[in-house]
Every structure is written in C-alpha cells, then in structure tokens.
Design a protein around this ligand. Sequence first.
Ligand code: SAM
Length: 392
Amino acid sequence: MQKVASLPLPSADALGASAALSTAIADAIAASGGWIGFDRYMSLALYAPRLGYYSGGAAKFGRDAGDGSDFITAPELTPFFARTLARQFAPLLGTDLREVMEFGAGTGRLAADLLLALEAEGALPDAYRIVELSGELRVRQQQTLAERAPHLSDRVTWLDTLPERFEGVVVGNEVLDAMPVRLFARAGGQWHERGVARDGDGFAYEDRPLDPAAIPAALQAVPGNHDVVTETHAEAEGFVRAVGAMLARGAAFFIDYGFPSSEYYHPQRVGGTLMCHYRHHAHPDPFLYPGLQDITAHVNFSGLAEAAVDAGLAVSGFASQARFLMNAGITDLMMSLDPSDARAFLPQANAVQKLLSEAEMGELFKVIALTRGLDEALPLAGFARGDRSFAL
Ligand SMILES: C[S@@+](CC[C@H](N)C(=O)[O-])C[C@H]1O[C@@H](n2cnc3c(N)ncnc32)[C@H](O)[C@@H]1O
C-alpha cells in the first residue's frame, strides 16, 4: 500500500526498528509457506518482543503529534475518568473484596489516579495488580506511580501470568481493541480469510477461499450475500474466558469502542472496523511503518458476553460510556471544581465533555460489567439508567 505522504516521518532509529520488525514478519510469512493470517500479523506488529508497537519504544500515548504520540485515551485526558470509576468500585471494595487487577495499564495514569481516588473514597484496596504484556510500558507505569502516587505505589505489583483465582475488581480500558483479530472477506458470496503476504519490500493483503466447514460461527451473523470485509475476535473472547475462569468473586469492567453483534455485522457496515493510529491520524493501512503505529479493531460486545456466560459469569451491565459515567456521578464530581477558576476548570470541563459527547467518545465507547457471586443488594450504579444488556 502507498505510504501516506502527508504524515510525519519517523526518526532514522524508529525506521531501523520498523525494518527489523518487517524482516521478522517476512521470516514468519516465509516459514508459513508465503501467507499468515491477519491475527498473526497484528500480533507481531503490536507485540513482537522489543520491536512490536506496544513492546518497543514508540511514545504511543499523548496529546498531539508534537510529542511523537499517536493517540490519547480517557485516563490520559482527565483524572475525572478514574475518579468516576472509583465511585463505582468503592462500594464493591468496601465489602470483603480487597484487590484490583488492571489489564493493559498503558502509562499507569489510570492506576495512579484510581488509587488516589479510592484513597479519597476510603476504599483503598490492599493490592493493585497490573497485567501488562509490554516491558517498556511496565517501566513507564512504575515511573508514573512513583510521580503521582508515591505513598501508594508499594501496593502495586505486576503479574506475568494470571493467578488461578482472584477475588476483587478487574478493569481494562481500551485493552480488548488492541487484541489481534482475524479478517474475513466475502466476495461473490464466497467467504475468504484475509491474510498477509509479501509485496516487494512490504506486505499486502491476500485472500484465501474458506472451506464452508472452516467459516467461523460469528460470521453467520453477517446477513445477506453482499461483498463485505469484517473481523472476528477469538483472542479477545479467549481472554474473557480466562478472566472468567480466574474471577472467583467480584466484577470485571471493560471499557472500549464497539457494538453489539447486530450493529457490528449490520448490512451497511461493509468495510469492517480495522483502524490504525499514527501521530493522531486514523487511517486504514496496517502495513504502514510496522511497529510504529497502533492497529485496532472495534469490539464485538455480544461475542464477549457470550464468552463470559460460557465461563459462568453474569453480564451485569452494558451501557454507553456517557451513560455509565453520568450514572456513576461524573457531574457531581465536576462540581468540586470552581467554574470561576477558568484555568483549572476549562481544561477539565473540555476533557469531560469529550468523554461524554455523543459525537466523540460518549456513544461509541461502551462499558460492560461481568460479575460472579456479587451481593444483589449491591447494584452497579453505573448501569442504573440506560442499561442495554438486552441488546447483546
Ligand atoms: C490502547 S492501550 C490502552 C492503555 C491504557 N489502558 C489506557 O487506557 O491508556 C492497550 C494496552 O493493552 C495492553 N494489552 C493488550 N493485550 C493484553 C493482554 N492480553 N493482557 C494485558 N494487556 C494487554 C497493551 O500492552 C497496552 O498497554
């Protein structure tokens, strides 16, 4: 595919790392007879040791391309995101649940701000465990905690593998969208798996016809016979099953962009949801600068709910991010700020507006809560109004 001429050029070092990763991907393609599934490409591009986007040195999170970053997430936008989650978590942690486990903690902002907010709510967990695939991010998380919440950082530990059993609150913001997806293309009524082959010095899509018996069950939800490209999410669903097997008692909250299956596989969504982020430009080319850009797909929340139920969890809520944050009290929390202090108030008000606005993150982002063994007298406030679990 064409490189996007208008995008900022990476540094020479970054281009060198990208070339090394491209060689590793080319080797993987050669070892597999000239073709790999897109999920394998995405896994290498994001997580290959030292060279993948999340394992390597890219700045990733930040406000704009000027700081070399590629995107911004809710915990980076404003501490009011973490403070509102703390409102939802505090009553749970006030029972005999005493631990939090965060998946994919990014820069560590959510961990630091959540711990500070839970301390303020009188519901400090005994332990805050982080599961992070990237060694580079683990170091950034340690730095952020040391800077923002030094007196609480000794409660934080990093896990290399999931414990067999966990009781507490689990949270993951924008983690599921970073899990590798398989791509499928239906053309002329025939399903193909869309994989990756060499193309000169780079890579290109190559579609291979699928035997009817090999068509994933999720694709039965794609109506009609029209041409379409879409994704399936076996890895994210397997991840939810693993969380389900581990969560002996408590609640898991996942926040991400996506839809229920009926919307995901709606006849009008013909191009799928794969999206790449490079220096705050969103574009569809996953072969641009491998290892230097993020690659994501929207989440199919129905598939996750099904995986959760298979693992014995209950789906206790599904709502838009705006609904969830408002139900959990974000507007009350904002009242702690003095609107006449424009320098403090306006940046936070703008950031909260971004979290809530339908045109930005409020509607596309959803929150799902998966629980086991929770006291029914403890309803989850975040879903008090506008729960859409029925749509899953
Ligand atoms: C888009 S970033 C989001 C980071 C952070 N939660 C935030 O909101 O800023 C995705 C994160 O998910 C992590 N990740 C992806 N798959 C994971 C898995 N199976 N277990 C734990 N972390 C994972 C990545 O390493 C990365 O830190």
